[in-house]
Design a binder for this molecule. Sequence first.
Ligand SMILES: CC(C)(COP(=O)(O)OP(=O)(O)OC[C@H]1O[C@@H](n2cnc3c(N)ncnc32)[C@H](O)[C@@H]1OP(=O)(O)O)[C@@H](O)C(=O)NCCC(=O)NCCS
Length: 376
Amino acid sequence: MANFAKGLEGVVAAQTRMSYIDGEKGILEYVGIPIGELASHSTFEETVFLLWNLRLPRQAELDAFTKELRSRYELPAGVLQRLTALPKNAEPMHVMRTMVSSLALNDADPNNIELEQARKKALAMLASAPTLLAAFHRYRTGQPIVAPDTSLGLAENFLYMLNGKKPTPTMAKAMDVCLVLHTDHGLNNSTFAARVVVSTLSDMYSAITAAIGSLRGPLHGGANEGVMKMLNQIPNVDAAEKFVLDRLEKKDKIPGFGHRVYKAYDPRASHLKVLAKQLAADTGNTDLYEKSTRIEKTMESAVAAKGIYPNVDFYSATTYHCIGLPLDLFTPMFVIARIGGWAGHVVEQLADNRLFRPSVDYVGAHGVKYTPMNQR
Ligand SMILES: CC(C)(COP(=O)(O)OP(=O)(O)OC[C@H]1O[C@@H](n2cnc3c(N)ncnc32)[C@H](O)[C@@H]1OP(=O)(O)O)[C@@H](O)C(=O)NCCC(=O)NCCS
């Protein structure tokens, strides 16, 4: 069959004005702005505005957007009861997928995909996601649930609701920068999933729910948890090299390395590396950072020739750990950031839709005679 590309590698399946990636040169831009500039100067709220409107906001516009977002921090009536009916040992990614999906049940008009309405639903999901995640964590650990504080930005408010006390400005800023770095990334697997779902003219809730399911996988967003588990398995800095070489010998993949698109250093990873180093020093976790750099060095000699470099997940593991996030909240944090990207793509898809319906190369048998049950 003509044009079969396993994993759709190299296939251009959509157009976007949101993010641009040059995988050979290690460039990522949101609406033309290099990711490093946004990480240094922007905020998550401003970045989402940028991606949804394809331009930076003026102050009054940012204020209005932020106000609207904060007004939706509080969960709709009944959602908390639903959340606290879930098993306490549920995996937070399953909780996020279930609870974000269930927000549709509190929406009087969930299927409305007029662009403005779709955006409003996305904004409500984005505002609710941190509240859902923090509330679930408090519930499962037997701590009282903390109501959102609408005077705080999304990142700071999340850490406040999670820990019951306001984070230091450094921690709040680090969390915010992580969100900015994770907001959008071309037609990655989960974004593609969201676009595929909404191309049937389904709804924003279904599209975001599908994307969360995709992000959970260890080849995608789940890799940041894999990195942390690996760092925990390595007893000390000097053991890192042997650990990596042994795994490579067994043909195992090292989580946090490699990328379908980047064949150079992931620009998000370079930013996170600096952040991880500073936070590790501030929080007494330099061993984690040093193990990471030793792994990177070993990987450089072993596989850099194949274009395998650290990706966004590698240094985000140390960063999240230093911020104080429990391991199984790493990927859910990615969900919160990426709702910004997914929703923007859903709206882009709706604005110029064509149903995704690729063909499949049938490689099975033909003309097989039906065998009656008693002869099988
Ligand atoms: C992300 C990923 C799925 C990209 O995969 P891909 O584009 O299909 O690349 P491939 O799996 O074909 O890898 C190409 C080569 O690099 C090697 N490679 C890729 N990622 C590797 C890793 N993390 N560790 C060691 N080797 C790796 C492969 O073994 C393969 O080697 P070979 O040509 O000798 O067989 C893959 O790099 C991976 O599984 N990484 C670990 C998980 C991860 O961090 N995911 C998050 C991505 S943001």
